[in-house]
Design a protein around this ligand. Structure first.
Ligand SMILES: Cc1cc2nc3c(=O)[nH]c(=O)nc-3n(C[C@H](O)[C@H](O)[C@H](O)COP(=O)(O)OP(=O)(O)OC[C@H]3O[C@@H](n4cnc5c(N)ncnc54)[C@H](O)[C@@H]3O)c2cc1C
Length: 509
């Protein structure tokens, strides 16, 4: 039977970051992935020359150096380069109007002035001036080198001296971002806008979204020289870079290998069993699975040491997806991204109220056949699981409901491309059942609804010896930066702080 230092269950971005750092540190690592492709929700698939994305589309802070983005730091550490296409603009469709918006403070202020007048610009100013010192603290504390669970007093003192004048602001970083918005923003558009940004980052409204995660975003999106990045070749290029780093240092990745159970000897994690009954032994096991799946993989008496019962873990909603391949002829100045909000009054969490579109072929022609565009649309974490859970994909009721509920996508898309219906070559619709099937997430959920208002996040450590976790169930803000950092922190727990610091020193962190 093969013996490994570490086995990682799942090859999401968190698991891949963890695995590639461990293999760089000389550990013998096996990653077992249930799906036929690595990357978790960041995987893509090809049909008729189109490359369809299934998950993340908004990337930033990866290509520059120095960067506060943990994934950017990890790629640098691994000496992996991903070609990134810089861009600045989005298309925004909100009840107040339709407009193109660039990242950066100035374009947004100009837009506020046009939409809401000077008083609202002043409100935004005072809001941003409270966030700036928080962003500064976040950039002074390189996330990767400050694992919240293992930072010691001396390190805290060293770090604190860097931002001494702002030390009183530290507690704010852990709180909900909504408290800061409440203090400064009365304008309904601005409040709704902040709520929307928070929802896109955490799957929750602003009062539940962690301020540190938002301070990082504001640092990246509202600086004068801000820009966004699209990885050439899509998310897959990021996944390929991580897999490459993992394998070049001896890591083994097995796909289509669903883990049935994590095994224990004397209550210490000791390996895994796959569904096909193969067993693998290891000193450590890291679960990159969501909290509900993790619960299922370990015996009840072990799970109850730290995980609440599945029903007690509050979950974010799921997704509707639209994948389109369409004729690009005559379409000028299409945005790479567009966001549509139907009605602010229904709230940002309301079902079928917000849709996000990304058309990566606008920037990267290789994502679609010549003369065509590829589009991914989704409703972000607000599709209720309950209305789908008892349906079967081959029954008519399911097919009809899918068409009906996904019709919102074309309704909003017609605002950007009026004749979109006549241009479509391929149309694929996805529901929470589809999302669950291809991402192996519980109820197709975005992840646990870990509210910043409640304070603590589970982190990577478990009370069970040699069992760790990483990914969207562990760290504030579900997105790529958070899961990447969580993977690094899990690696740190295994190789030890001294070894980990030695690695980070290679990139001056
Ligand atoms: C539609 C969508 C859009 C998004 N947009 C953005 C964005 O623009 N920017 C951003 O920063 N973030 C975005 N996110 C969030 C971000 O993509 C995710 O939070 C992140 O990729 C999750 O990574 P993870 O490490 O938690 O693992 P996951 O991606 O959840 O992967 C876990 C892996 O574990 C595997 N697995 C599960 N059970 C088993 C088992 N029993 N055995 C073996 N393997 C198993 C799964 O197959 C999966 O591959 C988006 C998410 C979605 C769904």
């Amino acid at each position: 039977m093969n013996k490994y230092d570490v086995i990682i269950v799942g090859s999401g971005i968190g698991g891949l970051c963890c695995g590639s750092i461990l293999s760089l540190a000389g550990k013998k690592v096996l990653i077992c992935e249930s799906h036929s492709q690595p990357g978790g929700v960041a995987h893509s698939f090809k049909t008729k020359g189109y490359k369809f994305e299934s998950g993340p589309s908004l990337w930033s802070g990866i290509g520059k150096w120095p960067t506060t983005n943990p994934l950017g730091q990890i790629l640098k550490l691994l000496d992996e380069k991903v070609e990134l296409i810089k861009y600045k603009g989005w298309h925004v469709s909100v009840p107040e109007g339709e407009f193109n918006l660039e990242v950066g403070q100035d374009p947004f202020e100009k837009r506020i002035k046009l939409l809401r007048g000077y008083k609202s610009v002043e409100e935004w100013h005072s809001f941003v001036s409270e966030i700036k010192p928080l962003s500064q603290i976040v950039s002074e504390i390189p996330l990767l080198s400050s694992s919240p669970e293992s930072i010691n007093l001396i390190e805290i003192i060293k770090l604190a001296s860097k931002f001494l004048p702002n030390i009183n602001l530290l507690p704010k970083l852990n709180g909900g971002f909504g408290d800061i918005a409440d203090k400064h923003l009365k304008d309904t558009f601005l409040r709704n806008w902040v709520d929307l940004l928070c929802f896109l980052i955490s799957g929750m409204p602003m009062h539940d979204t962690n301020s540190a995660a938002m301070a990082t975003l504001f640092d990246e999106w509202f600086e004068p020289e801000s820009y966004l990045e699209y990885p050439k070749g899509g998310s897959e290029s990021i996944v390929k870079a991580l897999v490459n780093a993992f394998k070049k240092n001896g890591g083994e990745l097995i796909l289509s290998s669903k883990v049935k159970a994590v095994n224990f000897s004397n209550n210490i994690a000791s390996g895994i069993t796959l569904e096909n009954k193969s067993k693998f032994i290891s000193d450590f096991v890291v679960m990159n699975t969501d909290a509900w799946t993790s619960r299922k993989l370990v015996p009840k008496e072990i799970a109850k040491k730290w995980l609440p019962k599945s029903k007690e873990i509050k979950k974010c909603g799921s997704f509707l997806h639209l994948h389109l391949g369409f004729d690009a002829s005559g379409l000028q100045n299409l945005p790479i991204h567009a966001i549509h909000v139907d009605d602010w009054d229904r709230g940002i969490t309301a079902e079928r109220n917000v849709s996000v579109f990304s058309i990566p072929s606008v920037l990267d022609k290789d994502m679609a056949p010549k003369g065509k565009h590829v589009l991914h649309g989704y409703t972000p974490a607000n599709e209720p699981w309950q209305i789908w859970e008892n349906l079967k994909p081959n029954e008519l009721r399911y097919k009809n409901l899918k068409e009906e509920r996904c019709s919102i996508f074309l309704k909003s898309l017609r605002k950007i491309i009026p004749d979109i219906d006549n241009r479509i070559e391929i149309k694929l619709l996805g529901t929470p059942l589809t999302h669950k099937k291809y991402t192996n997430t519980y109820c197709g959920s975005y992840g646990p609804a870990l509210s910043a208002a409640q304070g603590l996040f589970p982190g990577c450590k478990t009370p069970v010896k040699n069992l760790l976790t990483c990914g969207a169930s562990t760290f504030p803000g579900i997105g790529i930066p958070a899961v990447s950092a969580s993977g690094a922190f899990a690696a740190e727990k295994i190789i030890g702080k001294k070894e980990y610091k030695k690695l980070l020193k290679m990139i001056d962190l």
